[in-house]
Design a protein around this ligand. Structure first.
Ligand code: SF4
Ligand code: SF4
Length: 519
């Protein structure tokens, strides 16, 4: 049995066990680590604090309670004798069961009391209570008439995009920005931070996340560091937690800047769209020269400096043939990453060859998933591989636009989404940024998934949330319909859950965390 993947790097199938086993991500030793380590350009999709096992309410049930399986529970075969169970309207996440535990689950296809199941299956007597307790806790079976309902976490953090410069040294064809040399000034930056902090306090939020962005934010790095120091003081004065990320193209971060970022705990997200030509084909310098070698060097410098970056990979028709390779690169270096599908916009309109074909995108993603399966990381990829969707916590909206996300441009003007940065609705000198974005009814409308035609009855509605509102509007002229990527999403959710099941199985076994192997 080679579940560590150390002998040849593959996950071989575990031996069957004679005990019923139920495993979840909570059984892994790293269960408390945040599952999303970095952040791409969009409003963050997943809250910083994901549900803990103790937060899953165990419903009351007694041996004579009638229990039944959740109507929407999905089953995905894993390795021999193992499968993943997932309730799309619950909060338990992907749950791995072996054959015996699966048999217990199957006993509740129709409402049944535990005593009845025991009478019919005396061989399950020694463990049925424990298994049923776990299945109830994870929302896979429930007392008859008390089906679990999705519970959505309240927003506790204001995410603010601080556009410290409108300049960039690259000319990526999919970029939505009309670049100019104009940078933010110290006074505009400080006014922006004051407005963000005051807004967070006024709306009862506990934390602020600053995304230092552009253009290429590192071109104005002295201002960025100075603003960050100012934000640190202001956050402390307001009793707010502060998180920050530099969004960078990674072509030129000096060793001194990396030290400064690390010292301030500013996370770094680097855009890397492929290896060699698969990156260069869509991320050239202004001169047209390739940038990959520069980015690769920066990633090396960051890793060597103990400040490993998160990689943001934008997938277009130009680079998807190299997707599996760049994911292998990330995993072999133990770097987290996230995938973003190309989103059409006015600036990108002349580059028709960026638009991807549905089937080709699905094939490229499945090829990339095969690499993930081969090199299964300790961290969950469920927050990283599904574009704007995720399988970590149920949500009604795919991002925080209009709720807890503000974009502030280099002049202090407020926008709702960075892709709409040139359509502003006020400025930080007179407006409360959060109130401005929440009240707006004219720009991007981020509707709850239940209001999207085609999504209401979808299995994945609370995980996909109907996709990016901007992309849907661009493709359809409407906000209240399903994503143009719908077929791609539906194709990749089940294999993504399978990957999570394999991760749980691999790491629970290799660490002895859940100890099924010792049963
Ligand atoms: S966009 Fe498609 S996959 Fe996503 S919630 Fe809507 S119907 Fe489901
Ligand atoms: S609307 Fe779309 S592009 Fe804008 S932050 Fe949300 S997911 Fe990202």
């Amino acid at each position: 049995m080679d579940l560590d993947g150390e002998n040849g790097g593959t996950l071989t199938q575990p031996e069957p066990t004679r005990r019923a086993v139920v495993l979840s991500s909570f059984d892994l030793p790293d269960a408390d680590l945040p599952l999303r380590y970095g952040c791409e350009d969009c409003a963050c999709a997943v809250s910083e604090s994901l549900p803990r096992r103790s937060s899953l309410r165990s419903r009351d049930w007694k041996a004579d309670s009638r229990l039944v399986r959740g109507r929407e529970v999905i089953e995905i075969p894993l390795a021999r004798d193992w499968r993943v169970l997932f309730n799309p309207v619950g909060r338990g996440g992907a749950i791995v069961v072996n054959d015996l535990a699966g048999r217990v689950f199957s006993c509740f296809e129709r409402p049944a009391a535990v005593v009845e199941v025991l009478a019919a299956n005396p061989d399950l007597a020694s463990e049925i209570e424990q298994v049923v307790g776990d299945l109830v806790e994870y929302g896979l079976i429930h007392p008859e008439g008390q089906a679990p309902r999705p519970e959505f976490a309240d927003s506790r953090m204001l995410t603010a995009w601080l556009h410290v410069t409108n300049a960039c040294n690259l000319r990526c064809p999919y970029c939505y920005l009309h670049k100019t040399p104009e940078g933010m000034t110290e006074s505009v930056g400080r006014a922006s931070i004051d407005a963000v902090m005051n807004s967070a306090v006024a709306h009862g939020l506990a934390a602020v996340k600053l995304k230092y962005a552009g253009g290429e934010a590192s071109l104005n790095h002295q201002l960025m560091l100075s603003l960050h120091d100012y934000a640190t003081v202001r956050a402390e004065q307001h009793g707010l937690a502060l998180h920050s990320t530099l969004l960078s193209n990674g072509v030129r971060l000096s060793a001194a800047l990396i030290e400064a970022l690390k010292a301030r705990d500013i996370r770094v997200m680097i855009s890397l769209d492929g290896l060699g030509e698969h990156h260069d084909v869509q991320r050239p310098f202004v001169s047209g020269k390739p940038s990959f070698k520069h980015v690769e060097r920066t990633i090396g410098l960051l890793s060597a400096g103990g400040h490993a970056p998160h990689l943001s990979i934008t997938v277009t028709n130009r680079n998807y043939a190299g997707l599996a390779d760049v994911i292998r690169f990330a995993l072999e270096k133990d770097l987290t990453f996230s995938l973003n599908f190309f989103r059409d916009n006015d600036c990108a309109a002349p580059f028709a060859d960026l638009r991807y074909e549905e089937q080709a995108m699905i094939s490229a993603l499945l090829e990339a998933f095969a690499v993930i399966e081969e090199l299964l990381p300790r961290w969950s990829v469920l927050g990283s591989i599904l574009d704007r969707g995720q399988l970590l916590e149920p949500r009604q909206r795919s991002c925080g636009v209009g709720e807890d996300y503000v974009v502030i441009d280099q002049r202090g003007r407020i926008a709702k989404c960075h892709m709409e940065i040139e359509r502003t609705i006020g400025d930080v000198f007179v407006d409360d940024p959060l109130r401005a974005v929440r009240r707006d009814l004219t720009l991007v409308q981020n509707l709850p998934v239940e209001e999207k035609e085609g999504c209401r009855d979808c299995t994945w509605r609370y995980w996909c949330s109907g996709g990016c509102a901007m992309a849907t509007f661009r493709a359809t002229g409407r906000y209240d319909v399903k994503s143009p990527n719908c077929n791609i999403y539906k194709a990749i959710y089940p294999p993504a859950l399978r990957l999570e099941g394999l991760r749980i199985l691999k790491h629970a076994v290799s660490t002895g965390g859940a100890g099924w192997a010792s049963l």
